[in-house]
Design a protein around this ligand. Structure first.
Ligand code: ADP
Ligand code: MG
Length: 463
């Protein structure tokens, strides 16, 4: 049928996963991607029940996600298969995770993230120094990371890597871990996010096994903790980390942390722990220059074994200035789009994708509260009526318009919009938006009313 590999379906699944309850996702999204034909994505469910449930509950939702990813309308067609093909039905699990789930599970589960000689389960093997592009924005951090990986515990301790989102903090931290695994096979390494550290700590309190926790974390050669800003306002775990820090530091064990801000700016944070983070080497990552962005695009294409023309590479590097994560997702979307319509990624395709993306990267200029107020005022309703349960025709329409405007002009997900409106379900929000879309299509005066309201919301927000 077709040789495309369903990248766009995978991307849509990732988005869906962040928007629907986990249990729903596991239950209803077990579909396999078959291919793409004449504007329709073909999917297969392994029985009619699964197909019907998916179609009823989520096919419109997924259609919207895919259409907005591609910037063009698509249809979904789901067929049911009578004989089950097992490997087709698992929800999207990365090969790495899938591997970890087999056999190794018991060992890893007992001590998540810890290892001697084998790679710790949560070290991402793709984040290496070799796959990291060095530019003026990360040169210092990169070199410090290399020095640490070569001589853990003796060059700079602790190392704190900080900077905004998508700039390579996690990548560098994992690269340190990966190199240590490769060069110092006998080192015990733990690599966790602050959130995992916290959850594990809480669980051990609950299970009365805090001694195991202490033994585990205070007996490693290298401790890597990602996103320590997560510890803000969590005093119990801050206290525990303080003691872990001291035990490791006194024994010359290597500590590496990442944070989204300089340690001094951590809020609701124990001063003594903050001062520990600040006493070693602090390095920040900043946004890459045009040249570095172009080099990153080339590197990513090399990793993905893809070829883009120089004009496309320059266009991406010129247009996506925010961070490396956005650069990467731009490349992936261009690849997915080109694959779907089976052409080489041209300048025009890149332009199209970038236009979509840059809109979504723009911080939402319009305040949700101001949209709700504007629509309520126009219809002479109170805000609580607009958000509330009343179903009279006038109120329901005003509510649907408000939901639609929020979806069109902010980066709120349908789930987030639902919670603004008395905790409504995201499917309700989707249906509301669909209804307004249909009305706009068929009723010119309604369309100009909505445009007028959007304009008013924008004007109010810019005051
Ligand atoms: P952060 O933790 O700072 O939010 P990540 O480390 O998760 O950012 O990086 C986001 C994405 O960008 C990852 O896919 C990472 O591999 C990539 N990336 C970031 N910086 C670089 C770089 N200098 N060279 C190559 N890839 C990078
Ligand atoms: Mg990160």
């Amino acid at each position: 049928m077709s040789d495309d590999n369903g990248t766009i379906w995978q991307k849509a699944l990732e988005i869906a996963k962040s928007q629907v309850p986990e249990s729903e996702f596991i239950m209803w999204f077990r579909l396999s991607y078959i291919g793409y034909e004449n504007g329709t994505i073909l999917l297969q469910a392994n029985n009619t029940f699964l197909r019907d449930q998916f179609v009823r509950k989520y096919s419109q939702f997924m259609r919207e996600i895919i259409s907005s990813l591609l910037g063009m309308p698509v249809e979904l067609s789901v067929e049911a298969q009578s004989k089950t093909i097992d490997h087709h039905i698992a929800p999207q699990v990365s090969p790495r995770k899938a591997k970890n789930n087999i056999g190794a599970e018991k060992v890893i589960e007992a001590q998540p993230g810890i290892s001697r000689s084998a790679r710790p389960s949560n070290l991402q093997s793709r984040y290496t120094f070799e796959s990291f592009v060095v530019g003026e924005n990360n040169n210092f951090a990169f070199n410090a990371a290399i020095a640490i990986a070569d001589k853990p515990g003796s060059s700079y301790n602790p190392l704190l890597i900080y900077g905004g989102v998508g700039l390579g903090k996690t990548h560098l931290m994992h690269a340190i871990g990966n190199r240590i695994v490769d060069r110092h096979a006998d080192f015990r390494i733990i690599c966790v996010t602050a959130e995992e550290f916290t959850n594990e700590f809480i669980k051990t309190i609950h299970d009365r096994t805090t001694n195991d926790f202490k033994n585990k974390y205070r007996n490693v050669d290298v401790l890597l903790i990602d996103d320590i800003h997560f510890f803000q306002s969590k005093h119990g775990v801050q206290e525990e980390l303080f003691h872990t820090f001291n035990a490791l530091y006194d024994a010359n064990k290597q500590l590496v942390f990442t944070c989204d801000r300089p340690a001094a700016e951590l809020k609701d944070f124990s001063e003594r722990l903050k001062s520990r983070f600040m006493m070693g080497l602090k390095t920040d990552l900043t946004t890459p220059s045009f040249e570095t962005r172009a080099a990153i695009v080339r590197k990513k294409l090399e990793l993905y074994k893809r070829h883009f023309g120089e004009d496309v590479i320059n266009l991406i590097a010129k247009s996506i200035e925010t961070n490396v994560r956005d650069l990467d997702s731009c490349i992936n979307q261009i690849i997915a789009y080109a694959e779907l319509i089976k052409v080489e990624p041209t300048f025009e395709i890149a332009q199209n994708v970038i236009k979509q993306l840059t809109n979504s990267f723009m911080p939402s200029a319009i305040e949700v509260s101001s949209i709700i107020k504007t629509v309520a005022d126009y219809y002479k309703l109170s805000i609580s009526d607009l958000k509330g349960k009343k179903r009279s025709k006038n109120i329901a329409l005003a509510r649907q318009i408000a939901m639609y405007i929020i979806r069109e002009t902010t980066d709120y997900s349908t789930t987030e919009i639902g919670s603004e409106f008395n905790g409504r379900d995201h499917t309700t929000v989707m249906h509301s938006c669909q209804k307004i879309e249909d009305l706009i299509k068929f009723d010119a005066s309604f369309s100009s009313l909505v445009n007028h309201l959007i304009k008013e919301c924008k004007e109010k927000s810019s005051l």
